[in-house]
Each structure stands twice: as structure tokens, then as C-alpha cells.
Design a protein around this ligand. Sequence first.
Ligand code: XMP
Length: 318
Amino acid sequence: TWTPDSFVETTVAELKEKIGNEKVILGLSGGVDSTVAAVLLHKAIGKHLHCIFVNNGLLRKNEFQSVLDQYKGMGLNVKGVDASARFLDSLAGESDPEKKRKAIGRVFIEVFDDESHLVEDAKWLAQGTIYPDVIESVSATGGPSATIKSHHNVGGLPDYMKLKVVEPLRMLFKDEVRRVGASMGINKELLGRHPFPGPGLAIRILGDITAEKVAILQEVDAIFINGLKEWGLYDRVWQAGAMLLPVNSVGVMGDERTYEKCVALRAVESTDGMTADWVNLPYEFLQKTSNDIINKVRGVNRVVYDISSKPPATIEWE
Ligand code: XMP
């Protein structure tokens, strides 16, 4: 029978055999899959694994530094690359959701390609692909889902993609990945993280992206997510986040009329993201969170809660 321990043992042995003394490059995202893949490979080949963690400037508040520190604490050979400015430049003035995704995908490939050239004589590219990704990429080649939102838009073939590919998790489902991660001692908080889209906050800022909007949304998101954790709600939600709407509305503060931004909070239950229901969060929690956001985040004077299910709505607003 399959157990996480036996999976780790056989996979580590196979990876050692397959890779030997060759160098491997892996892109860490801060998510569960890439992290578990990295730890497995690290067990097998140690310092021959070169991890790259790119800050696209669209991550959650403080996330780049805190996740990078965690990776270092786990003994991974990881390089943090702050390319925020490059990503923001590529997004300047762009409001179209698919064009935003494409710009981010393109810059990511450029940055990753540059970085992978710095790892001399690398032979392998490791990826945290899991079984549902394998299925999805097969159906995405012709299926209608590919045209709804382009999750993986790779144009041309960058040099790092000419490497041999190793995907130690490709036969596993998400819950198995989490169990494998736990059996290797990866901390529970990291393993229990909500999914977060590759284009990050760019697809939660409706309309064009500016550094100022990113900063506002990071504050709002941090209040919401930390609140969910404090109230013991985080683990009951499959995914949560905040959207910054391209709408100003009138409010009052003291004797002053304000005309400021509106944010939407979204929390959903799901098993795989394909369908989702909005979560019935306690009114007291919503009340407290809304007050905190409006009182603490300058530039926001209105908070709404998204009560749409998928389908027909999607989880992200873009
Ligand atoms: P939607 O919005 O399509 O999202 O209901 C379903 C799941 O996919 C995530 N998502 C993305 N992930 N790149 C990603 O890596 C993307 O462009 C992207 N768009 C959506 C979303 O966060 C949710 O978990």
C-alpha cells in the first residue's frame, strides 16, 4: 500500500539513480507543490539542486522575504531574485486580463532564463507538476478551458526548457503531496497555504497595475488573511483574497466627503478550483474585517463581499 514514507524512500532512491552528480534547477513559487518537489530533490541530491525564487512584485505583503527565509531555514540552496520593477514595467498601462497574464509569463521566462544561465552546466529542470496538472495540460491543448483563462502561456522555447525534465510529483494528487510534505517535516503552515495564482495580485487589481495599487491591495489582503487565521477560519476556506475594483465611491470621514476605492473580499470552498461556492463567513468577522480595512488602509472607503459561485462566476475576477 502507498504511504508517504514509502513514497519518499523510493522516490529519493530513484532521483539519486537518475540524476547522479548532475545539477538541477527548480523554480520555487512559495506554493505547496514546488516546495515539496524541492525538499524531495534536496534529500536526494543536496546542493546539486539550485532553486530560484522570483519576486514578481505581485506577491502578498512581506511574502517574498518570509518565504525565502523559510526556504533557507529548510536548508535549500535557494536564490531569491527581486524582479519586481521589471514586471511592473512590463504591465504599465495594461488593463486587459489576458495581456497582463501574457506579460507576466513572458517576463518570468526571461528572468528565469537569465538566472538558469548562471547555474553553470545545469542538466535538469525540476518541476512541481502534480497529477491534475498533467490531466489539465492534456485537456487544455484543445479544450475550451484553455481559452477562458490562459494559465500557462509559454511562447517560443527558452534555453532552460531544453534541459531534461524531472517531475517527482507527477503521479500524486494534492492531498498526497501534502502528506508527503508532512512526512518530510515541512511545516504545517506552509503545507496548508491557500492556492495563489502565478500572476498574483495583477489579476486581483482590475484595470491597470501601479505600485501604489499593489501596495493598497497588499494591506487589504493582509488584514483579511490574518483575520481568517486569528478567527480560526483560514483552514475552513479553500482560497481567499481581495480584489481592488476600478471604482471610486463616495464616503464620509469626519466632516469630509471622500471619493475613494472599493475592495471586494472573496472566500471560497472547493476541492479542485473547477467549481467553487462562496463561504458563509460569520457576520461578526466580516464586520470587524471591513472596519479594520477602512480604518487602516488609506485610499479605501468601501468593502463588499463576493457571494457568487463558480460557475458561472470564476474564483478570480480576471
Ligand atoms: P478561476 O479564476 O479560473 O481560478 O476560477 C481557478 C484557480 O486557478 C487560479 N488561477 C490561476 N493560477 N495562473 C495561475 O497559476 C493564472 O493565470 C490563474 N488564473 C486563475 C485561481 O487562483 C484559482 O485557484
